[in-house]
Design a protein around this ligand. Structure first.
Ligand SMILES: Cc1ncc(COP(=O)(O)O)c(C=O)c1O
Length: 367
C-alpha cells in the first residue's frame, strides 16, 4: 500500500499570533506541576539519519499519564474566572465532556481539584479500564453506543442543563471559545521544550516537530507556537494519524475540512473523524506534512521507546511511527527533503501519553 502522505510546501513561512504568555505561570501554580522530561535518544538519531532526536515524554503530566490536563486546567480556570467576574450564582458546576479517554480523565481530575462535578461521555471502543480510570476520578460516566462524534453530541446535549458547561477539546461553529482555551493550555508543553532545548545547546530550535493528531487541537497549539515567532527559519511540523482515522490528512488532501467514518484503532485518543473547526485554518496553513500509520507500526514504535526507557502508549508512539514511515521506504528521500531534514537536523517527537494511559498498549500488535 502506498504511504498515506501529503506535503505542503510553504507552510514554514506562514505566521500567526502567539498563545497568551500567562498560561505557563498559571500551570506553575498547580499542585505537582513540573516540566515533563525532554529525553534525547541518540539511537533513534542514528537509525533515522538525523542529528539529534528528543522525545517530549508526557507519561507523567500533573499526576496523569497524558498531556491533556494542561488544556483542561487552563480552560476550567478561565470558565470559573469568567463566571466569578459576571456575578454568576456560586455553587459547583458540572463540567461535561466526551472523551476517548485522556481528556475526560483530565477534566474529571480538574473538577475534583476545584470542587466542581464532572460528567463524562465515552464512545464505544474505549477500553473498560480507561472507563474505570475516569470513574475513579469521581466523575459520572455515561457510555454511548456510537463513535466519538456521537459521544460529543450527547455531551453537548447534556451540558444544556442549568449549572452545567461543556468542556470539549474540539470546536465546531458556534462552540469555539472553550476549545480555544484548551488549545491555549497546551502551549505550556511547547514553552517547556524551548527551555529544555536551549539547555541542551539547541539554541536555534528544532528542525522538525512531530505531533500525533486526533481532532487537531494539540497540533493547533504546536502550529501556533512554532509559527508565531519572527520571520526566518522555523521548524517543519508533521502530523501523524491512525490509518483508521486520518481526518486531517484527508481534509488537507481535499483542501477543506471533512468528516470521515473512522474504524478501529489502538490509538484511541487519535480515533476522531472530524477536525476541530478552530484548528483547521492553522493545520491547513501551518503543517508541512501529514502521514497516517497502522496500529502495528504504533505498537512497534511503543516497543522501541520502551526499550529506550520511555513509557509511551500507542498514541504517544504514533509520532515515532510516523517519522519512521516518512523517512524510510519508497519515496523516503523525497519526503526527507520535503521536511527539510539533513544529517544535522534536530527532531522533537511529542509522546503524548504513557503506556499506563492506554490499556490497548499491552495487547495490541495487529494493524
Ligand atoms: C494521548 C493523546 N495524544 C494525542 C491526542 C490528540 O490530540 P487532538 O485530539 O487535540 O489532536 C489525544 C487526544 O485525545 C490523546 O489522548
Amino acid at each position: 500500500m502506498t504511504l498515506p502522505w501529503i506535503a505542503r510546501p510553504g507552510a514554514r513561512a506562514w505566521r500567526c499570533g502567539p498563545a497568551p504568555a500567562e498560561v505557563r505561570a498559571f500551570h506553575a501554580t498547580l499542585p505537582g506541576y513540573v516540566p515533563t522530561p525532554l529525553t534525547e535518544l541518540p539511537v533513534l538519531a542514528s537509525e533515522l539519519g538525523v542529528g539529534r532526536v528528543f522525545v517530549k515524554d508526557e507519561s507523567g503530566r500533573l499526576g496523569l499519564p497524558a498531556f491533556k490536563a494542561l488544556g483542561a486546567s487552563w480552560a476550567v480556570h478561565r470558565i470559573l474566572a469568567e463566571r466569578a467576574a459576571s456575578g454568576a450564582r456560586p455553587g459547583p458546576l458540572t463540567l461535561v465532556t466526551a472523551t476517548d479517554g485522556n481528556h475526560g480523565r483530565a477534566v474529571a481530575r480538574v473538577a475534583a481539584l476545584l470542587g466542581q462535578h464532572a460528567h463524562v461521555f465515552v464512545p464505544r471502543g474505549v477500553h473498560p479500564r480507561a472507563v474505570s480510570a475516569i470513574a475513579a476520578e469521581r466523575a459520572r460516566v455515561t457510555e454511548v453506543a456510537g463513535p466519538y462524534d456521537e459521544a460529543v453530541r450527547a455531551a453537548a446535549e447534556a451540558a444544556r442543563s442549568a449549572d452545567a458547561i461543556l468542556v470539549q477539546d474540539t470546536a465546531w461553529p458556534g462552540y469555539e471559545r472553550i476549545p480555544g482555551w484548551i488549545v491555549e493550555g497546551y502551549s505550556t508543553l511547547c514553552a517547556e521544550i524551548d527551555e529544555q532545548l536551549t539547555a541542551e545547546g539547541v539554541a536555534e530550535g528544532p528542525g522538525l516537530v512531530v505531533v500525533p493528531v486526533g481532532v487537531g487541537s494539540l497540533a493547533q497549539a504546536v502550529v501556533t507556537h512554532y509559527r508565531s515567532g519572527p520571520a526566518g527559519p522555523a521548524p517543519a511540523l508533521l502530523s501523524v494519524e491512525p490509518r483508521a482515522a486520518a481526518c486531517v490528512l484527508e481534509s488537507l488532501r481535499r483542501g477543506a475540512p471533512v468528516g470521515i467514518t473512522t474504524g478501529h484503532t489502538s490509538m484511541a485518543g487519535l480515533n476522531c473523524g472530524t477536525p476541530s473547526s478552530i484548528a483547521w485554518p492553522y493545520l491547513r496553513q501551518g503543517l508541512d506534512a501529514a502521514v497516517a500509520v497502522p496500529d502495528s507500526e504504533a505498537a512497534r514504535a511503543a516497543a522501541s521507546l520502551a526499550g529506550l526507557g520511555v513509557s509511551s502508549g500507542p498514541c504517544g508512539a504514533a509520532g515515532l511511527a510516523g517519522l519512521r514511515a516518512a523517512l524510510t521506504g519508497a519515496g523516503g528521500e523525497e519526503r526527507r527533503k520535503a521536511l527539510g531534514l539533513d544529517a544535522s537536523s534536530v527532531v522533537v517527537l511529542l509522546s503524548t501519553e504513557g503506556a499506563a494511559a492506554n490499556p490497548h498498549s499491552a495487547q495490541e500488535t495487529a494493524g
